[in-house]
Structures are given as structure tokens and as C-alpha cells.
Design a protein around this ligand. Structure first.
Ligand SMILES: [Fe+2]
Length: 294
């Protein structure tokens, strides 16, 4: 499991896989004193300043301008549900809309939370969103996921029934993986799907991962750059593959559809974890004969 700061020298908010805080090199950003035992807290919307709303708007506008031709249709169709881009959304109002669509809600958390707490919230169809917004000087680069990454990157696809089910199943699988000490493998699946996943469509490759969709530079890079390798989705291959937290990804995995994602991740992972544990770990940029390349 990734243990702390994530970001990029290239100025990317890469998002962070669920993390056990306190094990990184520095404490997580955020005020944990007001958090409940499940790590949720009040959003305290009134505390956002006019400058923070304006910064959110600039981030939103920069990303939404890039979506056509790079983001998947499901994301583009749903991003408008976030509401008025001139204001950081009120989580309770957003949850009212989301609950009606897929039964999910958005809950505030102070920042990164322990993986078990993260999995438990997902299993309850409650998506934890960091309350704080990056500072203006972090417009291009923020070390930990902030409210913009969590909302803009993750929440639109929670409006998609299939992806919404996948996220809940992931939470349930996470609780099981914790007991099997296999969280690292499951974190890789999260990283290469929920954060950095690509999907093949009739119009070409598109992004559905939140780390890509909330990143100013990696969105275009992931879909169009000749540098990274793009490989067909392969569950065991993904669980064996380490990932980059300090640069653009060197490898992206491509799903055919959300249905494929659900179908291939539905079986019990316990035998898979055993298989992965016996196999060698792969570097983030490893190339295998058996890889299916795009
Ligand atoms: Fe994220």
C-alpha cells in the first residue's frame, strides 16, 4: 500500500490510493480533530472563501475544456451533476442528487484516511471527499488529493450505475483484502482502474480514471502521448505491477467496458492473491510478451 505523499514533478495531481496515514514521512494535511470515528466530518461549507471558490472555478474550467475527445462519454455526461462550477459544491445537496441516481452519497473527510475506514465507506456507498482546497500556488500541483481532485475526478462516474456498483464492490473487496493482508494488490487495482484507467471506445481511447481526469497535463498525455504503454486489462498483471506516484504513469491499462471491469473483478480474489504472491513483482514500466498492446 502506498504510504503517503503522491504527486508529480510534472505538476500532476495524481490522486492517491487509499492510504494508512501516519506511516508516511509527514502527517497528512487536514484537521482530524473534528472527525468522527468513521473519519467523516462536517464539510463546513461556509468556511470556504471567495478566493477558494474562484480557484475551484479556474480548476473546473481548465479541466472541463479538455474533456471532449479525451474523457469517456459517461464522465462527460455526468460532470454537470456537480452543479454550478463557480462554487465548491455543497456535499449534502450533491448527495441528494446522487442518492436518487445510484444510491451513493458524498461525505466529507479531513484528508487521507486509513484504508479500512476508506473501504468501509465505499462498501456503504459513501464516497469520502476531502474538505480542503489546494492553495493558489498549488494550481498545477498538489501533493495530496484535495476537494477538487476528489469531486471532479471521482464523483461524476458515481452517477453511472455500473461504475457505482464497481466502487462498492471494491470497498467490500478491500475489507476482505485487509484480512488477507493483500491490500497492496488491491491498491494496484484501484490505481490502474479508478485513478488511472483508460477505456477503449469506438471513437478511440478515453480516460475514466480520476487521477487522469483531474490532472491538467496527464489527461492528454495518457490518451495521446506515444511515450506510455497502454495494455489490455489483465487482473493478475495489474496486481503484480508497481505504480508511479511521482510522475506520469508509464503504463496504463485499458478496459473494453465497465461491464468487463465488473465481470472480471466479481470472482473471489483469495485464489488470485495467492497466485500473485507466488509471481514476481513487475516494475511500473515492465513489458511482457503476453501483454496485449494498444
Ligand atoms: Fe483519487
Amino acid at each position: 500500500m502506498n504510504t503517503g505523499a503522491a504527486g508529480s514533478a510534472k505538476g500532476v495531481n495524481t490522486g492517491v490510493a487509499p492510504v494508512t496515514y501516519g506511516t508516511g514521512e509527514r502527517p497528512p494535511r487536514g484537521d482530524y480533530s473534528s472527525a468522527r470515528s468513521d473519519y467523516t466530518c462536517e464539510q463546513d461549507w461556509e468556511r470556504y472563501t471567495a478566493e477558494e471558490h474562484a480557484l475551484y472555478r479556474r480548476l473546473y474550467e481548465r479541466q472541463s475544456a479538455q474533456l471532449p475527445g479525451l474523457a469517456c462519454d459517461e464522465f462527460i455526461a455526468a460532470v454537470g451533476h456537480l452543479g454550478d462550477p463557480r462554487r465548491i459544491p455543497r456535499f449534502d445537496a450533491l448527495s441528494d442528487v446522487l442518492r436518487k441516481k445510484t444510491g451513493w452519497e458524498v461525505v466529507a473527510v479531513p484528508g487521507l484516511i486509513p484504508e479500512e475506514a476508506f473501504f468501509a465507506l465505499l462498501a456503504q456507498r459513501r464516497f469520502p471527499v476531502t474538505g480542503w482546497l489546494r492553495r493558489p500556488e498549488e494550481f498545477d500541483y498538489v501533493v495530496e488529493p484535495d476537494v477538487f481532485h476528489d469531486l471532479f475526478g471521482h464523483v461524476p462516474l458515481l452517477f453511472n450505475p455500473m461504475f457505482a456498483d464497481y466502487m462498492q464492490a471494491y470497498g467490500e473487496g478491500g475489507l476482505k483484502a485487509s484480512r488477507l493482508q493483500s491490500c497492496e494488490y488491491l491498491a494496484r487495482l484501484y490505481w490502474y482502474t479508478v485513478e488511472f484507467g483508460l477505456i477503449a471506445t469506438p471513437a478511440g481511447l478515453r480516460a475514466y480514471g480520476a487521477g487522469i481526469l483531474s490532472s491538467a497535463g496527464e489527461l492528454r498525455h495518457s490518451v495521446t502521448s506515444p511515450e506510455p504503454q497502454r495494455l489490455g486489462f489483465d487482473l493478475v498483471r495489474i496486481m503484480r505491477t508497481r505504480y508511479k506516484i511521482d510522475s506520469y504513469q508509464t503504463t496504463y491499462f485499458v478496459i473494453d467496458s465497465f461491464a468487463q471491469l465488473i465481470r472480471t473483478t466479481a470472482p473471489d480474489f483469495a485464489p488470485l492473491y495467492e497466485e500473485v504472491a507466488k509471481a514476481s513483482e513487475l516494475a511500473a514500466d515492465a513489458r511482457l510478451e503476453t501483454d496485449r498492446r494498444y
